[in-house]
Design a protein. Sequence first.
Lengths: 113, 107
Amino acid sequence: MKVKNIIIAIILYIFMSLSSVLMKFASLQSILFNKVLLYFSSIAVLGIFAILWQKLLKGNNLSTVYAFKSTTIIWGMIFGVIFFNENISIQMIIGSIVTAIGVAIIIKDGSNE
Amino acid sequence: MSSLYIILFIISIGIASYSQILLKKGSNKKNIYINVYTIIGYLLMLGSTVLTLITYKYINLSLGQLLQSLSFIFVTFLSLLLLKEKISKKKIIGIIIIIIGIVIFNY
């Protein structure tokens, strides 16, 4: 996979994680207007992701690009710390790595079909 | 109790995964964009985001992102059940490893 496409795939999944960040921000709002605004922003970011996703898929295998979905686990932890004061423990890191391995196995098997 | 919300979050992932099955079924129809399957599929997807909205208040972002990995498991089993797609041994191993990873994460 070309370096340029790898970078694009990584950025795309950062966007996907940001969509979840917006969703969580939305869930924490007590003012309904803010809640709805952030909810739709989250969906909009997902929409942008979907469009760029189709473009990236055009030149690359689905299984190759989809493999980057595991990076959302990393972004989830980092953004969790940055935006929501969450903690990272060693269990979380080990658990994330193990989960990512499981995901990779399923994706690799999917690409062999 | 936050475990209720974890269950609700997992349910929302399940609904989103099921909607993927419907979208796949919809892709076999004459009009691949607008048919019973795609309409209900997208409605369910929407419902799933609302459920996610409700539950994210009580769940860490890091946990939420990790639990998304369950969609691989749900889609695999639902594809087996509803689309008659086969599951290979490798996929089952992958599924078990994902579950182990999630358990370790929450230890």
